[in-house]
Ligand binder design. Structure first.
Ligand SMILES: [Zn+2]
Length: 181
């Protein structure tokens, strides 16, 4: 099993030029601030969020998918922005090649997420916030590790009008901060 997973990981990294490799336990966050809009897009192996990477079988697994979606839909509790920036959540979109949009709580039909290597699937999530005072935004605390203990680290890329920054977050280092000057 381990060898198969490794081969899939290698295939994923070889095939995907833009998309990050599918590695269990590692999620990717792209954070961008443009004007007063803060966008956060997340890509994570479903394994790190659910413990499986296929359509749910039975009520217990369906309940796990719904619980995952409800945690992520309350994204203002997952991503804690600098209070003085006055950011409020405006939209959340969740998609996965393995899960139906309805199960993820999507109302509008969106194009299906990209196919992953056989046997693997990601969750793609887009979160959008509007900030009353974006100049004051200088930190985000990412609260994903308690809800999803299988998530071990997050590779984060931040782009603001002033700077670009990369960070690696973990349960012991959940905050990205920067100088907003
Ligand atoms: Zn996988």
């Amino acid at each position: 099993m381990r060898r198969i997973a490794l081969i899939c990981t290698l295939l994923a990294s070889g095939l995907a030029s833009a998309a990050p490799a599918h590695v269990h336990g590692i999620a990717h966050l792209d954070v961008s601030l443009e004007g007063n809009v803060l966008n956060i897009s997340m890509e994570s192996p479903l394994d790190s969020l659910l413990g499986f990477e296929r359509a749910p079988r039975g009520n217990a697994e369906i309940a796990r998918v719904r619980a995952m979606a409800s945690v992520l839909r309350e994204a203002d509790r997952v991503f804690l922005t600098t209070p003085a920036a006055g950011c409020s959540l405006s939209s959340v979109h969740l998609s996965s090649s393995a899960l139906s949009p309805q199960l993820l709580g999507e109302t509008a039909s969106k194009p299906a997420a990209a196919e992953e290597p056989a046997g693997h699937a990601d969750l793609d999530a887009d979160f959008s916030f509007k900030c009353a005072n974006p100049a004051a935004l200088n930190s985000i605390v990412v609260q994903l590790f308690e809800s999803f203990p299988a998530m071990k680290s997050i590779d984060l890329q931040l782009v603001t009008p002033k700077l670009q920054k990369a960070a690696k977050l973990s349960s012991g280092a959940r905050t990205i901060s920067w100088s907003a000057k």
